[in-house]
Design a protein around this ligand. Structure first.
Ligand SMILES: C[C@](O)(CO)[C@H](O)COP(=O)(O)O
Length: 242
């Protein structure tokens, strides 16, 4: 089976708001609701799991009831998040195994809750790709020159831009592969992870790339939030099912 996994375990808001950024509104709905709605529109996905910080589980449950049609409620599962994103993904994997067993291989399409402009095209390409490759990233070519600095004051290196991409989500995996690789990492290796694909890369497991979209931005800063609001006003959000 194939499941959507929305990662929304953070409590911080680098936007300076009084709630985690995934709950801030774009147009008339919370950011995470757009992300969830696009995933729910994909019939290839059995159910959608959302990893949420334990203190925000009740709040998220109320949002689902308020904004998601009742006939879809059974497809949405909330799971307490962990201390960081890969712990949250592991909590979700544990929950899926408890509910659906692990005799047949399962696949997960993971997504940042704060990427509300994700498209069905991206999710559907991931569904096809993960069945073939077991580990799949989303990326767009870097348009800026990327510099390497160890101290933030001097440039150590400037890698050739044609080899550099920016990673996005979805990031998709055969579930048992990701779990076993993660369990085999040392604390030091876990400490350098900023996404789930790196779990594969540190163990030399190949990761396939699906072409991302510039519009599939991650809302991290106040400037991102302003850009997202303008994009929302210009009809970039998927609201077809509403
Ligand atoms: C997974 C990711 O979106 C790829 O660019 C990114 O690493 C997430 O980072 P965050 O620190 O969880 O916002």
């Amino acid at each position: 089976m194939i499941f959507g996994v929305i990662v929304a375990g953070g409590v911080g808001s680098r936007l300076g708001a009084d709630m985690p950024k995934q709950f801030l509104k774009l147009a008339d709905r919370p950011i995470i609701i757009y992300t969830l709605n696009t995933f729910l529109q994909c019939p290839e996905l059995e159910d959608i799991y959302i990893g949420v910080h334990p203190e925000w589980l009740e709040y998220m449950a109320r949002l689902v009831q308020e904004y998601i049609p009742e006939q879809e409620w059974l497809r949405v599962h909330l799971v307490p998040g962990g201390t960081e994103r890969n712990e949250t993904i592991m909590n979700v994997i544990k929950q899926i195994e408890q509910e659906f067993g692990n005799e047949e291989p399962h696949y997960i399409i993971t997504q940042d809750g704060v990427r509300p402009f994700v498209t069905r095209r991206l999710i559907e390409e991931h569904v096809k790709a993960v069945l073939q490759y077991d580990a799949v990233d989303t990326a767009i070519p870097a348009v800026d020159t990327i510099i390497l600095s160890e101290d933030g004051r001097t440039v150590k290196d400037i890698p050739e831009r044609k080899y550099l991409y920016q990673s996005q989500t979805p990031q998709s995996f055969r579930m048992d592969l990701l779990k076993n690789l993660y369990l085999g990492l040392t604390q030091e290796e876990k400490g350098i992870l900023t996404d789930a694909c790196k779990i594969c890369i540190v163990r030399q497991v190949p990761v396939h790339i699906v072409a991302g979209e510039v519009s599939n931005m991650k809302i991290t800063t106040a400037a991102d939030y302003k850009i997202a609001q303008v994009m929302a006003e210009n009809g970039e959000l998927d609201t077809k099912s509403w």
